[in-house]
Write a protein that binds this ligand. Structure first.
Ligand SMILES: Nc1ncnc2c1ncn2[C@@H]1O[C@H](COP(=O)(O)OP(=O)(O)O)[C@@H](O)[C@H]1O
Ligand SMILES: [Mg+2]
Length: 609
């Protein structure tokens, strides 16, 4: 087959690796800021339970002590009392509902902000082994799961426990034998509720998994549409989607069916209690051992068991999903940031751009060095090219300079400052890094260029584009600088989008410039523009250009040839050609390939991506 739809992260997997007590302790610690809200909720929950408990009691009292006796003024009083109790119940319910929603939503909001803040400052290394979908799912889904199961769940359960205990106490106060008999039905109700709710939860979880699967299929198929079409896999992809969609359909129908049976069954099970009270209470009453009002109160109480029982049977599942969600959330929040400002990091003053690599070693994976003892001195204003085969460590070399990763051993200095001793933002302010592909954010073309200098005026942006010689093609876009970036992204070629990156960099105007293969995927029409723009961009800056196409590396002050993580050769183009070493080989091979390509006419330089 060869076509493999991977990327199924484990949606809502309920595996928890951290011990429950630790997770709960952390969760409660995070709840501390909401002390007041929690206190309000608990008070309201208690009030609601209490008033719920009192009302049937008053009902029984009204029947036995007033109606049956014929005391009408007493009846009026107790009716007013009943009304007052229900009024309190109403107010407490409203406040509770609002407070629960507020706390839950606030928790989502705070956790999402904390997560994003963490993610924004996390290092490259962290993202190396993370899937985007997984992180999105934690920020979006896990936070809302936490609200549902932890906040709403936990207060429901507290309320239910209050109610149940309250009801049982009230029943005992009214009549002990009838209470004992009624309580005997509880285990049966628990068992039945448990069995059904488990089935129901399972079906429900399956629908959630299937929804997530369908979503991923859409996401992957749409973002990979070019690949799918290029390899003629449309039908295949469609078939896979249909399979997932059909599984979702079946899961939903199954859940719907259970749901349809579920509540009637629960009501039926609840009636076991009612029937028990009716039979035994009726028997006691017939024998004159039970007042009719007490019987009525009992009948009201016994229906109040079912809801708490249902909730309590869900307790374990709910706790499990809250723990699983919080486990994943805390893992992100507590992940170590391996590139961090040291406590006594200083502000790097404006540099001239004197860069030194001192015996730099680096490994992504322990024991596998990618850079092996790099010694390199780049003078202020010097323009060097780094060349070498794919995988030789070129990108890694410049990543280290921007401190996206820390060196494994050795050091890198700029103007004599070890970059580990300065604040990261003061370091990165002085470096413009232009990666191979240009990422366009939401907004206009103007907004996207302004990323280089957020407080730049429109005129400044336009001025920079004019200097780079790209003003005209931006003006040719439907709305010029105010064209939506998404639309511009589709209309521009890779090379043209690259030019927008250059504009970002020139607007930033830093002393050090890094271009990582920024000139490889360029069509001839744009190549001239790019060359012109680059020359402008490099003026008065220390520049490092990683060039895949060696013909573009010729003009720089010095060429560094990297091979297997060591500097194999360095010098000017002429020197290296004379030497007839590794560079000479690379160069001659590439030239003959390029000529070959042109002869067979198979260049794909017009490709847009
Ligand atoms: N994030 C990473 N994790 C592990 N290995 C990596 C990572 N990035 C690059 N490498 C490895 O490091 C080596 C050098 O990569 P790179 O610096 O990207 O080379 P170049 O830019 O010269 O093509 C390659 O063997 C590559 O597989
Ligand atoms: Mg690279």
């Amino acid at each position: 087959m060869g076509f493999h739809m991977h990327g199924m992260w484990s949606f809502g997997g309920e595996k928890v690796e951290t011990p429950t007590t630790i997770l709960l302790r952390k969760l409660f610690r995070y709840m501390m800021p909401y002390k007041l809200a929690v206190f309000t909720i608990v008070t309201c929950v208690a009030l609601v339970s209490l008033t719920n408990m009192i009302s049937p009691y008053l009902l029984g009292l009204a029947i036995d002590n007033y109606i049956l006796v014929g005391d009408l003024s007493g009846l009026l009083n107790i009716s007013l009392l009943y009304l007052l109790v229900m009024f309190m119940n109403w107010i407490a319910t409203v406040i509770q509902g609002y407070a629960v929603e507020w706390t839950g939503q606030r928790l989502i909001y705070d956790f999402r902000n904390k997560l994003m803040e963490k993610l924004m400052f996390q290092s490259y290394k962290y993202y190396d082994d993370k899937r985007t979908g997984e992180l999105i799912s934690i920020v979006i889904n896990d936070t809302s799961t936490l609200r549902e199961s932890f906040i709403s769940g936990i207060f429901n359960i507290i309320g239910d426990i209050f109610s149940m205990v309250g009801v049982i106490i009230a029943m005992f106060l009214l009549n002990v034998p009838l209470t004992l008999i009624t309580l005997l039905t509880l285990p049966v109700m628990f068992l039945l509720a448990y069995v059904f709710s488990r089935k129901f939860r399972k079906a429900y979880r399956r629908t959630r998994e299937k929804i997530a699967e369908v979503t991923t299929r859409v996401q992957e198929s749409v973002s990979g549409i070019r690949v799918i079409q290029a390899f003629g896999r449309e039908e295949d992809s469609q078939a896979r989607f249909q399979m997932s969609a059909h599984e979702q359909f079946e899961a939903q129908v199954q859940a719907g069916k259970l749901m349809a049976i579920f509540w009637p069954v629960i009501n039926f099970v609840g009636s076991i209690g009612t029937v028990t009270v009716l039979l035994y209470g009726g028997f006691l009453s017939a024998e004159g051992r039970l007042e009719i009002g007490v019987l009525v109160a009992f009948l009201a109480y016994v229906t109040r068991f079912m809801n708490p029982i249902m909730q309590l049977t869900n307790f374990y599942d709910m706790l499990q999903s809250a723990l699983a969600a919080s486990d994943r959330i805390f893992k992100v929040l507590e992940s170590e940031v391996d590139v961090e400002d040291s406590p006594n990091a200083i502000e790097l003053p404006k540099v001239r751009g004197d860069i030194r690599y001192n015996n730099v070693w680096f490994e992504y994976v322990k024991g596998i060095p990618v850079l092996k003892g790099i010694n390199l001195h780049i003078r202020p204003g010097e323009k060097i090219a780094i060349v070498g085969p794919t995988g030789s460590g070129k990108t890694t070399l410049v990543y280290l300079l921007a401190r996206f990763y820390d060196v494994t051993s050795g050091s890198i200095t700029i103007d004599g400052y070890d970059i580990r001793n300065v604040k990261q933002d003061s370091l990165r302010r002085q470096i413009a890094f232009v990666p191979q592909d240009t990422f366009l954010f939401r907004g206009t073309v103007m907004d996207n260029i302004r990323i280089g200098k957020p407080n730049a005026t429109d005129d400044e942006v336009i001025e920079v584009c004019k200097r780079l010689g790209i003003h005209d093609f931006i003006m040719r876009l439907p709305n010029g600088y105010y064209t939506d970036a998404g639309e511009a992204g589709r209309k521009l070629s890779t090379g043209e989008r690259q030019l927008l990156s250059f504009a970002r960099a020139l607007l930033k105007d830093p002393p050090i410039l890094i271009l990582d293969e920024a000139i490889s995927a360029v069509d001839p029409k744009t190549e001239y523009m790019i060359k012109y723009a680059i020359r402008k961009l490099l003026e008065n800056r220390t520049s490092i250009i990683i060039a895949h196409r060696l013909t573009l590396a010729r003009d720089w002050d010095r060429i560094i040839v990297l091979h297997n993580g060591v500097i194999e050769e360095e010098g000017t183009h002429e020197e290296l050609m004379l030497k007839q070493g590794f560079y000479y080989q690379l160069y001659t091979t590439q030239i003959s390939e390029e000529i070959g390509i042109e002869v067979t006419g198979k260049n794909n330089s017009n490709s847009k991506s």
